[in-house]
Design a binder for this molecule. Structure first.
Ligand code: HEC
Ligand code: HEC
Ligand code: HEC
Ligand code: HEC
Ligand code: HEC
Ligand code: HEC
Length: 448
């Protein structure tokens, strides 16, 4: 056999395998594209227990139904997937089974204005609201009854189906937080592609090896024959000339161009990412878990981050706040002893800061949480499911501005806005009164 050629072939095969192997993990590392899903168990289901009956109601009864489901699909994706999925808990509860859990006469006013339903003292609503750490669901007053019915029809049509990769669930970066069966489901189709690719590579290798063996066999047969002339033997003994390939200007051109393109791409990527720390998840000095405290134990965010509704910054709690509970709870735990040690030494716990805007930008929490009525999760992600906090949003200027362009101002019951809204409506009738209509994209609002 021609060992020389075989070895160059095995190099080719190895290179193929290597290229294949290096493609997959790249996408898995990207936190924003990660298909990992948020745990169902993170916050106690309680009210939503038994939410997902295995019976998927077939929507195909008539054309009208199918149209409603389709309309509901679009409305759901546009308004609700930010916080809800059908079969798993995201920021809000899993909505599967909602039509059995609640009558439509409850669902419609709830979606129009959930805080009104809670304020009315409705037992179910109050219990649910408390279960979700008093997070207010935004009001969707603009949705008609028919649109809400179609959303419910869509939800009913999706019940019991495994969470597909289309559900917009953004998960924690680290696998240790929670794998969960939902995560495995979402990875299902990805796995099928993997298996297909591996099968193709194997077939390719088998084909190449077979061809080489056949080629060498034929050459051996030919060499055995005596009636070959000079040119035949020359072809038979031909070797692959690496030197020639190396000297070929075409080959050099191709390799050079590919190299330059890769370099350019990487360069642009890294320049764009300067100062970007999305996904940043440092190890903290004490293994403090938001999932345990804010999730399982339902401690209100503002119990610890006391100034988040009142001030510019959301403070990090001092060790005294921990001691409200940990003077009694888990006193023998080595992690809790670190709190005692900090207090004895009169030194604060050295938490590692995660979110950090540059000094040139002004951001105020109370403006967004108290005045704007935004949920913490809109900007910080599913904190109540995070074992270790990571930076969920990009915190770029574009991120701030996009939200200001799209988000209507929360003007209800705020007399400050009355005249401004009137003025806006006479000038641009119909256009929503967004943060940016109120000057929220002016440079000086965010830059001193
Ligand atoms: C910003 C997050 C957010 C968005 C967007 C959102 N919801 Fe909610 N939703 C919640 C939260 C949180 C709850 C839990 C109750 C509470 O804390 O007020 C909830 C509760 C519900 C409930 C009651 C669920 C149950 O198990 O009884 C329904 C129904 C519902 N939402 C429907 C919708 C629909 C339909 C949309 C889109 C039009 C939507 N939600 C958009 C956060 C959101
Ligand atoms: C029992 C106290 C406690 C509760 C309740 C709590 N946190 Fe925290 N939070 C902390 C501590 C301590 C840290 C600093 C350590 C860390 O990053 O995990 C922190 C850090 C954070 C950070 C990152 C801060 C940074 O460095 O940039 C965010 C964001 C955050 N919390 C949001 C929330 C939200 C949202 C909730 C409610 C769902 C919440 N927290 C509930 C104690 C708490
Ligand atoms: C409102 C009460 C409360 C407050 C405030 C509180 N915790 Fe906890 N913490 C708990 C509960 C409840 C547990 C769960 C105990 C268990 O698993 O039995 C816990 C568990 C823990 C654990 C896990 C201990 C172990 O070994 O399992 C750590 C670490 C911890 N807390 C740190 C802190 C820190 C740091 C603070 C202050 C920033 C804090 N906690 C504030 C109630 C609280
Ligand atoms: C509009 C988006 C937005 C909302 C809503 C929001 N945050 Fe923040 N949060 C930020 C930004 C931006 C920073 C970084 C601020 C900085 O570096 O000056 C931050 C930082 C923090 C920090 C670190 C300390 C600090 O102030 O720098 C904590 C803790 C925190 N947020 C908690 C919360 C809690 C709790 C809520 C809900 C009650 C919440 N945030 C709601 C955008 C938001
Ligand atoms: C998720 C949406 C959202 C994001 C992201 C967001 N904001 Fe806002 N912002 C709002 C809303 C809503 C208001 C209006 C609150 C109100 O006054 O009712 C607002 C108001 C403001 C105001 C006051 C504007 C005025 O007219 O007085 C400033 C300043 C501001 N935001 C800065 C920032 C900065 C800086 C960032 C990025 C670090 C940011 N915001 C990210 C939603 C957002
Ligand atoms: C809604 C708030 C907001 C508004 C309005 C806004 N900016 Fe920014 N800007 C930011 C934030 C936040 C950053 C920091 C982003 C980062 O760290 O990546 C920033 C960063 C910048 C930077 C980059 C500075 C650097 O060192 O990287 C420049 C330049 C800038 N802004 C100019 C402007 C100009 C000019 C306007 C008016 C047309 C404007 N900004 C309006 C929030 C805002």
């Amino acid at each position: 056999m021609n060992s020389n050629r075989l070895s160059s072939l095995s190099h080719l095969v190895l290179a193929l395998l290597f290229a294949f192997a290096s493609v997959r993990p790249a996408s898995a590392q990207d936190p924003s594209s990660s298909a990992a899903t948020v745990s169902k168990a993170g916050v106690t289901p309680g009210a939503t227990a038994g939410a997902t009956p295995a019976t998927a109601v077939a929507p195909a009864a008539g054309g009208a139904d199918a149209a409603a489901v389709q309309a509901g699909d679009a409305l759901f994706k546009a308004n609700c997937t930010q916080c809800h999925a059908v079969n798993e808990q995201v920021v809000g509860p899993a909505l599967g089974g909602i039509s059995k859990r609640r009558p439509i006469t409850w669902i419609i006013p709830w979606i129009h204005n959930s805080s009104k339903v809670v304020a009315s003292g409705d037992d179910y609503a109050v219990a649910l609201y408390n279960k979700f750490q008093k997070q207010q669901m935004p009001s969707f007053a603009a949705l008609s009854d028919k649109e809400i019915t179609s959303i419910v029809a869509y939800i009913t049509s999706q019940e019991g189906q495994a969470a597909g990769p289309t559900s917009q669930v953004v998960g924690p970066v680290d696998g240790k937080t929670d794998g969960g069966s939902a995560g495995a489901d979402a990875g299902g189709s990805g796995k099928a592609v993997d298996i297909l690719l591996i099968a193709l590579v194997v077939v390719l290798i088998v084909m190449v090896v077979t061809l080489v063996i056949i080629g060498n066999l034929m050459k051996d047969v030919l060499r055995g024959r005596k009636d070959l002339d000079g040119r035949d033997t020359e072809i038979l003994d031909q070797r692959f000339d690496w030197g020639k390939l190396y000297r070929s200007s075409v080959m050099r051109g191709i390799v050079g161009t590919v190299f330059a393109l890769v370099l350019l791409y990487e360069g642009v990527q890294s320049v764009m990412a300067v100062g970007l720390t999305q996904g940043y998840q440092p190890t903290q000095p004490i293994a403090f878990s938001h999932k345990l405290h804010a999730g399982t134990n339902q401690i209100n965010c503002a119990y610890c981050h006391t100034s988040v509704y009142k001030g510019k910054s959301a403070n990090i709690p001092s060790a005294n706040i921990c001691m409200n509970c940990h003077s009694q709870i888990k006193t023998e735990s080595p992690e809790i002893k670190k709190i005692y040690r900090a207090i004895e030494r009169k030194q604060p716990v050295q938490w590692v800061r995660i979110h950090n805007l540059p000094d040139l930008a002004y951001f105020n929490h109370s403006q967004h949480t108290q005045v704007g009525g935004l949920q913490c999760q809109t900007c910080h992600g599913p904190i109540q499911n995070m074992e270790v906090v990571y930076q969920y949003s990009a915190l770029t200027m574009g991120w701030c501005i996009n939200c200001h362009r799209e988000t209507p101002l929360n003007t209800k019951g705020n007399a400050y806005y009355d005249n401004l809204v009137k003025l806006h409506d006479t000038k641009n009738a119909g256009a929503p009164f967004t943060v940016s209509s109120n000057g929220g994209t002016e440079c000086s609002k965010c830059h001193y």
